[in-house]
Ligand binder design. Structure first.
Ligand SMILES: CC(=O)N[C@H]1[C@@H](OP(=O)(O)O)O[C@H](CO)[C@@H](O)[C@@H]1O
Ligand SMILES: [Mg+2]
Length: 550
């Protein structure tokens, strides 16, 4: 690092002192905590993003200010790599160490050492570019300013502010810019691509099987998804969508949004009696999660939840159908399809997917793991039960598809190729995206002529229960086998297994959360009472082993 760079860092870093007595971690989805203590983190991760751009030969890197489904007073900082995916895990320890550096001198020393180790030029001879985005949180603007100061303190780096966007939009822009440096990758381009490919899927529905499927009502968590869905609605004026919880009145994520609906299994605020039986959907605060639901009866807020597992199943079924039109068993090229889930996936969904003949793979919790696994396939479909997921298509498969699309003589096959092509354009290739996911669900339901109830009948969820247990030190739990088996402390797994085998169709696992200071317990069984009982017995067990006992 030359002297000029050192003095720029010194001056700017001294304006962003870190909070005292607090340790920050780049957790499952970036730094996330009370917004009031994030200024220095945003500044420092701005520097990291610029270094990442330099390291990747000047590729555009994304920096998103969001705390997703957390309460409105929280905020967060996360980084998107050149393909639009999450920051490489190799850099997370560096993110942790610079976020916690106590003063400018130690920060500069860490940067210097890391830049040397990684061979990153810090002399201003190379260019770096960062796209910045934020959700609708009031703290977002000043955190973006702090991140800009971090970026601009690195010689040769520029910050491009995309304003208020959904998290998946920012990831899409990063990916699109890096794929084709000449391509424009504005928000308008995102809306154009998504709406055009959706329209294409609708146009490809055989006229003989077309049925209207009625109105959709969307809960936007009082977050950024509301205004963005409104843009799509205006572009697709014939689409029957009613948009609620746009943030004009209610509070972000307060009794609204995909996380609330999925975890509590109740209707969000603003929904009630008149909506009984209507197809409804919920986005989360930064619009990267999506679940569907219907309200069962008037007078209470009980719902039938259609979660991420069922969205995954619908997508997998559609893809499989189209592929089987396109290739029979004798066809020389058989695209490899992989379905990726976590241990939180309902057992009934896994059985359904396996019965369809699909390969199902499990990874630890966190989309960075699922995404990585899905990239190993020609078509990799991944979803967390909470509604975060997408479909990834390999370049090889897309080349093949493009060829089939233009050379295929049989109209039915040509249309199947066109549909899969449209899906690859509609569904976000960078990260789970509630808006594009919602349009794909709508297109498939229309294609099938299915109501939300037809869809929900694909399989019946096994009753399940999730609990949280506060313990003295959650890192004492070490798991293996995609988090389904506890290795440490000794003895606890045997005790969990002994309890689980008592329940028909019982399945239970525990793991330390990567976003909260708790141990999560998940149990499934053939009845709700049994699932509740198993979860509560195992929660007691966790408390016995790890609770605050003197
Ligand atoms: C059971 C559950 O829903 N866990 C969530 C939650 O992670 P935990 O590590 O379980 O706290 O937040 C993650 C980030 O949003 C998400 O990827 C994950 O699925
Ligand atoms: Mg989110």
């Amino acid at each position: 690092m030359d002297e000029q760079q050192r003095s720029t860092f010194l001056q700017s870093a001294s304006r962003f002192p870190p909070p005292k007595g607090i340790k920050l971690y780049y957790g499952t989805a970036g730094f996330r905590t009370d917004a009031s203590i994030l200024q220095s983190t945003a500044f420092r991760i701005g520097i990291l993003a610029a270094l990442r751009s330099l390291k990747t030969g000047g590729a555009v890197i994304g920096l998103m200010i969001t705390a997703s489904h957390n309460k409105v007073s929280d905020n967060g900082v996360k980084v998107a790599d050149p393909g639009g995916e999450m920051l490489t895990q190799d850099w997370e320890p560096f993110a942790d160490s610079i976020a916690n550096a106590p003063d400018p001198d130690s920060l500069i020393q860490l940067i210097d050492e890391f830049a040397k180790k990684e061979g990153i030029p810090l002399n201003g001879t190379k260019a770096a570019a960062i796209l910045l985005g934020r959700d609708t949180r009031p703290s977002g603007e000043s955190l973006v300013e702090a991140a800009k100061q971090g970026i601009c303190s690195v010689n040769g780096a520029i910050a491009i502010d995309m304003g208020v966007v959904t998290t998946p939009q920012l990831h899409w822009m990063v990916r699109t810019r890096n794929k084709d440096l000449q391509a424009s990758a504005s928000e308008l381009d995102y809306f154009d691509q998504v709406s055009t490919s959706f329209r294409c899927l609708i146009d490809l529905i055989p006229k003989t099987s077309y049925h209207g499927i009625g109105k959709l009502i969307v809960d936007c968590a009082n977050g950024v998804g509301g205004e963005k869905l409104q843009v799509l609605k205006e572009k697709l004026s014939w689409l029957d969508v009613e948009i609620r919880n746009t943030g004009k009145q209610g509070i972000l994520n307060e009794q609204v949004g995909a996380d609330y609906v999925q975890k509590d299994k109740v209707a969000p605020q603003g929904f009630g009696g008149p909506d009984v039986g209507i197809r409804c959907a919920s986005l989360d605060g930064d619009a990267d999660r999506l679940v569907y639901f219907t309200i069962i009866t008037k007078g209470n807020n009980q719902i039938n939840l259609v979660d991420g597992d069922k969205i995954l199943s619908l997508f997998a079924l559609f893809i499989k159908d189209q592929l089987s039109i396109l290739t029979d068993d004798t066809y020389e090229y058989q695209p490899r399809v992989g379905v990726v889930q976590t241990a939180y996936a309902n057992g009934a969904s896994t059985k359904y997917l396996k019965d369809l003949g699909l390969q199902v793979i499990f990874t630890p919790t966190g989309v960075k793991y699922l995404h990585e696994k899905a990239q190993e396939y020609d078509i990799g479909i991944y979803f967390e039960a909470n509604g975060h997921g997408t479909i990834l298509f390999s370049d090889h498969f897309l080349c093949w598809l493009e060829d089939r699309k233009s050379t295929e003589k049989c109209l039915e096959k040509k249309n199947a190729a066109k549909r899969l092509w449209a899906v690859s354009k509609l569904i976000n290739q960078a990260v789970g995206d509630a808006l594009s996911g919602l349009l794909l669900v709508e297109a498939i339901l229309q294609h099938m002529g299915w109501s939300v109830d037809n869809w929900n009948e694909l399989y019946h969820d096994l009753p399940s229960r999730q609990l949280k247990v506060k313990v003295a030190d959650r890192t004492a739990i070490v798991t293996t086998n995609a988090e389904t088996i506890v290795q440490k402390p000794p003895g606890i797994q045997e005790a969990i297994t002994a309890l689980t085998v008592k329940y028909p169709q019982g399945r239970c696992f525990v793991r330390p959360s990567g976003t909260e200071d708790v141990v999560r317990v998940y149990a499934e069984a053939s009845t709700q009472e049994a699932a509740d009982e198993l979860a509560s017995c195992v929660a007691k067990l966790v408390d016995q082993f790890l609770g605050f006992h003197i």
